[in-house]
Design a protein around this ligand. Structure first.
Ligand code: MGD
Ligand code: MGD
Ligand code: MO
Length: 800
């Protein structure tokens, strides 16, 4: 790739040449390198951008972004994107580098319980750069690199290539000798860990959509809501494809505690199921298949391992309890006849089970997906067109007919010299217990001694479970740095807040569906913000490794390099020169695949020639690998119903009788856009809506529009009631990502005024020792009408 690199002029020399005598502190002129950015994709007052909400045109008037137009290639619309101008100029933008007053004075000796108090001071970039670099040097010298910790980021920039916040920060910390870090995610960690051990390689391996649509006669949505969750990134082609099912000759049945956007949009059959009981439901169906001899004995003999031992569990021969439909009905709330009928229908019809990820974001979350693998194996349709099971078709472009196109790369992250990442779901446990050892899949992991946390593009105070524990955990490190464009709850709890400019203020490439896209800076960095690259470049320079960090490249040099790299690899389309691409329309379309790929067809055809990666090479009803770990209590060797730590049948369910679900918000991307006008579409009395079944509401004297308080032993939050029969009785729903807005910031147990569900969720235990994944979906709560005057929501006000 070297040939694509511009002559090596270091950033420092570059600026020195054009700004004679510039002092080090004022040297970084963030927009200089970008000024050359092209005029194409920037035509008729419109600018093409790619974002986590998908690619779109921004319409500008007199230099200001005023509205948005969809990109015609992208399919279904998402009303959320109309809030992009508000997001860009939002009053909750962080306008200048900001430091907590006590931290400014006392640094590592500051009162850490004061975090969240909002007592902030704005400082210059020079001053904040001195503080950040001094803190990094102090911690590195005193405690070593493992005491520098990189916080998790993901949805700031999962769409980005050069500007992936995670890569830029990793590259920076790795260039400084490394940092302690984490592995895994909140999305699909449990299924991602169990699937390769007992079935296929991972949740995104799926049949392509046209092959499903053209062959399935029945689609069972199992805890999946594709009309909501496919909207992000490039997924709107899939949203449109899902919508078409409404008029297709395919029956759709949804197993879900809510009449989801998909059930409503497709007007399909809804079978309400009690949260956290999917394993029991699938076992009840399998018992029906087995006792009625509806299972595919030939498929089981050819393609699976351990059925005899597993069937002894199904019948109750091994533990005295038959997992009959009647048994399952009691646990799941689905009538026994409906369970039997669904099992029969699936056995007699070409059926694809589309499973989302909520069912594995729960206690023993490895076993719900594994049980569905077992169910699909008994049905014997895996590897047939329109048959089987997918864990990927509900998500963004999962199932999109693969395009013949080169992969656009990203910023190299470098190597981390600090070993031993810990599972992300243990975050606060790690902050609170340095040196503690936990078990994970047959090995031990010891937590580092974290002194400084640097997060760019992640929102721990909305995304992590058990917010009060997060508050406590964030009182532990000496220094907390957050780099973010907005005054998110996490920014408010930091010592040092670095105003990053958003994705509309920088140049990058996008790759969505079958498109490569030029993502242009629509406007200059707003207020005193700087791009993530400029911020980290300045710190790297001050810490003495600026040239290694930048490799002498400006933003546009990197973008051009990534483009040329893809261009070289392109087999199907002659990509234009970078300058033409950037000045031209800015969208390159590649040929879309036929979409006839059927996952596991090869395996089914010849399992010996095309074995899976499991220890037996087969689909496993019983896993020798899992058995060897000896995790009998939390992750036994075959799909097993285990009562979750919290549900309607658990201890304290008398005090907290409702099961809380926190699905992904249809009108946000997690916490993003919570601070925009879009909120007016769904907020109730200015608060996050809580969906409550009409029986549960009546029993508590709650009506739609009331302000309510949800609470349990871990926390409490206000919300606005939406009373409805679109949610199963005994279940209550608050969407994740709502901004945490404590009435007494920093106080454990403070009342959240806006409605973040993570006040109520738990971090401990995690799924099991196998995956150590989050159990955000396992929590019980109580709700009451809030009769006192409700405190005003202040989450969306600027902090300074
Ligand atoms: N609009 C939008 N789309 C998104 C996101 C977003 O924030 N906004 N986030 C993206 C990300 S990062 C991810 S990981 C994916 C998440 O994708 P998923 O994890 O699949 O999404 P969820 O909304 O958590 O859950 C899907 C459905 O499961 C139901 N459900 C909840 N608990 C249970 C249960 O115990 N049993 C059953 N059977 N059903 C249950 C919910 O009511 C919901 O309808 O979505 C992605 N797409
Ligand atoms: N209860 C419950 N909790 C959950 C879930 C659940 O289902 N239930 N789902 C979980 C899942 S699957 C996920 S993926 C996580 C998501 O959690 P996050 O990845 O934290 O999600 P976002 O809210 O999108 O956070 C992105 C952050 O980046 C910032 N940002 C945006 N653009 C930029 C930029 O250009 N530069 C910088 N520096 N920052 C930027 C945003 O302001 C925001 O603070 O939440 C998890 N939490
Ligand atoms: Mo996620």
């Amino acid at each position: 790739m070297k040939k694509d690199i511009k002559p090596m002029v270091s950033r420092r020399e570059f600026i020195r040449d054009i700004v004679p005598g510039a002092a080090l502190s004022t040297m970084i002129l963030p927009h200089l390198a970008r000024a050359a950015s092209g005029a194409g994709g920037v035509a008729n007052g419109r600018v093409l951008v790619n974002t986590a909400f998908g690619p779109m045109w921004l319409v500008k008037k007199d230099g200001t972004v005023t509205s948005v137009e969809p990109l015609k290639q992208v399919g279904a619309s998402w009303e959320l994107i109309n809030s992009m101008p508000d997001r860009l100029y939002n009053r909750a933008r962080v306008k200048a580098p900001t430091v907590r007053r006590d931290f400014l004075k006392n640094r590592e000796k500051s009162d850490r319980t004061d975090r969240g108090s909002g007592d902030f001071v704005e400082v210059s970039w020079d001053e904040v750069s001195k503080i950040v670099t001094a803190e990094m040097e102090r911690v590195k010298t005193t405690y070593g690199n493992a005491s520098l910790h990189r916080g998790k980021s993901s949805w700031a920039s999962n769409h980005a290539h050069f500007y992936k916040t995670e890569s830029l920060l990793q590259r920076f910390l790795n260039g400084y000798g490394g940092s302690s870090t984490f592995f895994g995610n909140y999305s699909n960690q449990a299924v991602s860990e169990i699937l390769p051990a007992v079935a296929w390689g991972g949740p995104m391996l799926t049949s392509e959509w046209p092959s499903i649509r053209n062959n399935a006669k029945l689609i069972v949505l199992w805890g999946a809501n594709p009309l909501a969750t496919s909207r992000i990134l490039s997924g709107r082609y899939m949203t449109a494809a899902w919508r078409e099912l409404k008029d297709a000759p395919i029956e759709v049945i949804a197993l879900d505690p809510m009449r989801s956007e998909t059930v409503q949009g497709l007007d399909c059959t809804w079978m309400p199921v009690r949260p956290n009981t999917d394993t029991a439901l699938a076992l009840g169906m399998m018992h029906t298949l087995y006792t009625e001899k509806l299972h595919d004995a030939e498929f089981i003999a050819n393609c699976t391992f351990g059925f005899d031992e597993f069937s002894a569990y199904l019948t109750g021969e091994s533990d005295g309890q038959a997992k009959s439909a009647d048994w399952a009905a009691e646990i799941t709330g689905v009538p026994a006849d409906a369970i039997r009928e669904l099992a029969r229908k699936m056995a007699n019809t070409r059926t694809t089970i589309v499973c989302g990820w909520s069912t594995q974001r729960q206690h023993h979350g490895e076993h719900a997906p594994w049980t569905l693998v077992a169910l699909a194996s008994m049905l014997g349709q895996l590897g047939l067109p329109g048959g089987g099971l997918t864990f990927g078709a509900h998500y963004a472009d999962g199932g999109f007919p693969k395009a013949d196109m080169p992969r656009v790369g990203g910023t190299p992250r470098g190597k981390n010299a600090v070993p031993d990442p810990f599972p992300i779901a243990c975050l606060t446990d790690a902050y609170l217990n340095p040196g503690k050892t936990i078990e994970y899949k047959g090995r031990e992991i010891t937590y580092p001694d974290i002194r400084l946390v640097y997060t760019s593009g992640g929102n721990q105070f909305t995304h992590h479970q058990d917010t009060n524990r997060v508050v406590k955990a964030f009182q532990s490190p000496e220094t907390v740095i957050v780099q973010d464009p907005w005054w998110t709850p996490s920014a408010r709890f930091a010592d040092i807040i670095l105003p990053a400019s958003s994705d509309l203020e920088r140049n990058d490439l996008g790759q969505v569906m079958n498109l490569v896209i030029a993502s242009h800076a629509a406007v200059d960095p707003q207020y005193k913000s700087r791009t993530d690259y400029d911020i980290l470049t300045e710190f790297a320079e001050r810490l003495g490794f600026g040239d290694a960090y930048t490799e002498g490249r400006s933003e546009m040099d990197w973008v051009e390099m990534l483009y040329n790299d893809a261009k070289e690899k392109s087999q199907t389309v002659e990509m234009p020169s970078f300058d033409e691409f950037w000045a031209g329309e800015g969208v390159i379309e590649f040929p879309m695949g036929k979409g006839d790929y059927v996952h596991l067809a090869d395996f089914r055809e010849d399992p010996l020639l095309n074995p899976l990666g499991t220890s037996t090479g087969l689909l496993e009803f019983v896993s020798p690998f899992v058995a060897k770990l000896g995790y009998d209590e939390d992750c036994p060797k075959h799909p097993t119903w285990m009562e979750p730590v919290e549900w309607r049948g658990s201890a304290h369910a008398d005090k907290y009788p409702l099961q809380l679900i926190s699905p992904h918000p249809p009108h946000r991307l997690h916490s993003q856009m919570c601070n925009t006008t879009m909120r007016e579409e769904y907020a109730v009395e200015g608060r996050e809506p809580a969906y409550i079944n009409s029986e549960d509401a009546a029993a508590r004297g709650i009506a739609s529009g009331d302000i309510v308080r949800l609470f349990n032993e871990r926390g409490q939050t206000l919300a606005g009631a939406v009373v409805s029969d679109d949610i199963a009785a005994g279940t209550i729903c608050l969407h994740e990502g709502a901004w945490y807005n404590p009435d007494k910031p920093g106080e454990i147990g403070a009342l959240d005024k806006y409605g973040s569900p993570n006040n109520l969720t738990r971090e401990d235990p995690l799924t099991s020792r196998f995956a150590q994944a989050t159990i955000a979906g396992t929590a019980i709560v109580e709700v009451e009408k809030y009769d006192q005057p409700a405190p005003a929501v202040t989450a969306f006000d600027p902090a300074v």
